[in-house]
Ligand binder design. Structure first.
Ligand SMILES: Cc1cc2nc3c(=O)[nH]c(=O)nc-3n(C[C@H](O)[C@H](O)[C@H](O)COP(=O)(O)OP(=O)(O)OC[C@H]3O[C@@H](n4cnc5c(N)ncnc54)[C@H](O)[C@@H]3O)c2cc1C
Length: 462
């Protein structure tokens, strides 16, 4: 237990005073996206620069404090927050500097992907990120990063050029292909195991400002037909085409017809990362398929597409997730999925298939720490609800579907989708790269100082 004077003295060395329990701002700062997570750090440091982070690491090391790192706070398992320890809070380190000539961007690690997209789009550029704008760039990148642009341009990590970070012994270093290349390899998929990343540098690509997109909602009774169509539509698609098929609840708002608001439906959400003309042609089969509740197919600002799912995933609702990689989508798998989702408990759940493949698969399994390159889809079972009394119902429903879909899965796990009870899947998420990751962990963090993450256990003998 630390005495008040020690804490006070440390607080005075930081750019902003520590936020202590019961102080204004404490509850907001410790909160994370998943409302199921309720942890109380002993102190929260809102860092504004690298020096603050170094001081936090050194202080935590000398006082044997548990450390958590909050980027965007969207990790479903709540790894950004700890009981008792020191939370390193990064949201104020959110600068985004675009170099439109070199087509690169340097982004501080507390930025959200929305903040990044907004700056890069000023130049008609983007790097592949996720599909909900409040997600943190840090956690997303360190675990891989899949979204509308990944089939064309690779995962977020495949576009990473360099990082700067504070290591477990308080050093501030860079990692890229030539400087600390072992660390650069490990950081691309190995999570927050190796230090506090302070900034990332990414490659940029020409995207938008408008891209062709489709958002089509069908009655749940058509789910089998829609999944089957989705499989055929996406199976030989160009890399530019990324499609999601998700069972969701229709929002209680315009432009959805009143009769369907609040009802379960199946949505096809498609983006085309190429020219508008090519996109129009590629999306043409969607124009006549089925009898949708709502069909929107048109050029859309890339920024609008990147925020269109935000309302469906608000901060603070209760969440429980499971996910599988899938190589293919058999008729039998569709039947199991459709039958189970007929009884759909969560008002904020989204269950179905995310696109994978394309450029993602053309990176060797051991070229980065992210090994899962060959799947065609990720099956996400993202359950979201409000009432604590419905925890058990939603969790059981999620687990049941996950278990029923296991025979159709291709193995492994996506570390960014692992929940608090998935620690048995961490090494599987790193696959054949796990042993090499342990070597890098042993070199940069031999005492496992950074352990609130998808934790890689250092090798004892190095
Ligand atoms: C609504 C929603 C939508 C999502 N959509 C997508 C998607 O489209 N595609 C996709 O691939 N994933 C998606 N995800 C998953 C997302 O990639 C992970 O939840 C990711 O961990 C979020 O990063 P964060 O910075 O917000 O999380 P945080 O909870 O802040 O951090 C997550 C982990 O990263 C570590 N970390 C954070 N910052 C740093 C840092 N600076 N240095 C070192 N370690 C750090 C933390 O310690 C923690 O272990 C989504 C998640 C949510 C909740």
């Amino acid at each position: 237990m630390l005495d008040q004077i020690t804490i006070q003295e440390f607080s005075q060395t930081l750019s902003q005073p520590l936020i202590m329990p019961l102080e204004p701002g404490y509850d907001e700062a410790r909160s994370v996206w998943n409302g199921m997570v309720d942890k109380r750090p002993a102190m929260i440091a809102k860092c504004t620069n690298v020096d603050d982070i170094k001081k936090c690491v050194n202080f935590a090391q000398s006082h044997n404090l548990l450390v958590s790192i909050k980027g965007g706070g969207h990790n479903v398992a709540g790894k950004a927050v700890c009981h008792d320890g020191l939370m390193i809070h990064l949201s104020q380190m959110n600068a985004v500097i675009v170099d439109p000539v070199k087509r690169t961007v340097r982004v501080e690690s507390g930025a959200t992907i929305g903040e990044l997209d907004k700056e890069t789009q000023k130049f008609g550029l983007a790097t592949p990120v996720g599909i909900v704008s409040k997600t943190g760039i840090a956690g997303l990148t360190l675990g891989g990063g899949n979204g509308y642009l990944a089939r064309k341009h690779g995962l977020t990590i495949d576009n990473l050029l360099s990082v700067e970070l504070v290591t477990a012994n308080g050093d501030f270093i860079s990692a890229n292909e030539t400087e600390n290349p072992d660390l650069f390899w490990a950081i691309r998929g190995g999570g927050g195991n190796f230090g506090v990343v302070t900034s990332f540098e990414f490659k940029l690509h020409e995207i938008g400002p408008e891209i062709m997109a489709a958002q089509i909602f069908y009655p749940i009774e058509d789910a089998k037909k829609v999944f089957t169509f989705y499989r055929d539509f996406t199976s030989n698609a160009a890399d530019e085409l990324a499609g999601y098929a998700l069972i969701v609840r229709i929002p209680p708002a315009d432009p959805f017809p009143e009769a369907f608001q609040g009802k379960t439906a199946i949505a096809l959400l498609v983006g085309y990362a190429g020219s508008l003309d090519a996109g129009k042609a590629a999306l043409a089969p969607l124009e006549n398929f089925g009898n949708p509740i709502l069909r929107v197919i048109m050029p859309m600002p890339y920024l609008a597409l990147q925020t269109s799912f935000d309302q469906s995933a608000p901060n603070g609702i209760r969440n429980y997730w499971k996910a599988h990689y899938m190589d293919d989508l058999t008729d039998e798998a569709i039947d199991v999925l459709v039958n189970h989702t007929r009884h759909f408990p969560g008002a904020f759940s989204a269950v179905g298939l995310e696109p994978f493949g394309g450029a993602i698969t053309r990176v060797e399994e051991n070229a980065t720490a992210f090994p899962q390159r060959s799947a065609s889809y990720i099956l996400g079972i993202f359950s979201g609800w409000i009432e604590p009394e419905n925890d058990e119902k939603n969790i059981n429903w999620t687990r049941e579907l996950y278990n029923k879909m296991t025979p159709f899965a291709s193995g492994g796990a996506y570390s960014n989708y692992l929940d608090h009870d998935d620690s048995d899947k961490v090494s599987a998420s790193f696959g054949s790269n796990y042993s090499r990751l342990q070597d890098v962990k042993s070199k940069y963090d031999p005492n496992n100082f950074f352990k609130l993450n998808q934790n890689i256990i250092p090798k004892p003998d190095l």
